[in-house]
Design a protein around this ligand. Sequence first.
Ligand code: B16
Ligand code: MG
Length: 226
Amino acid sequence: MIEACIFDLDGVIVDTAKYHFIAWKALAEELGFEFTNADNERLKGVSRMSSLEILLEIGGLQFSEAEKLAMAEKKNTLYVTYIEEMTPEEILPGVPQFLQELRNTGIKIALGSASKNSSMILDRIQLSGVFDAVVDGNSITEAKPNPEVFLKSAEWLGVLPENCVVFEDAIAGVEAARNAGMRCVGIGDPETLEMADFVIPGFDGFTVRKLKGALGESTIENQIGT
Ligand code: B16
Ligand code: MG
């Protein structure tokens, strides 16, 4: 039975990957190498420090821990200048309607994100207070694919993991949902997210009835085919 839905933030509720890209690219250029859009794909759902490790591996560079912390801080300062300007228009299509339908149906909703900037983003897009629980990079110690972010979301909601459904756009996030013993809906490319129960391109036109139908949960509407 579906009692809760847990949403990733970047790539599911909003597209902040484009702002991460600008900020990481600026850091790479400062360090003297090119960082491409394809490289950026590897950072989706990955924590800030792990993202920096991947970036430095691409550039073939090594630094001390103190230097790396300073670089991550610098990248974040630039990134924040972009997310400070975000507006509710940046919420991805269909998301507000689907969240509202879940609330009307009595299904709890949580945010489960790796980002340490989630409260600023939720504030800017005016979704603060909409979620029953918000678990983000500030409340966890282990990065996806570790299931901590989703297990903590379930715990804070008071729902068993098997009754939670995770919505994720990143491979590491889908793996984290699996590791948490939860069902998972991928957002994006079915080939990339093959570990998900099923994949949708986005929330436009997506409904609770479609969710339950795809997960094999029977509803009166599904039985009579409305
Ligand atoms: P921050 P998600 C993730 O968000 C992003 O996909 C990933 O690219 C980023 O490095 C990570 O948050 C940390 O973000 O630097 O703001 O703490 O997809 O888990 O919502
Ligand atoms: Mg994501």
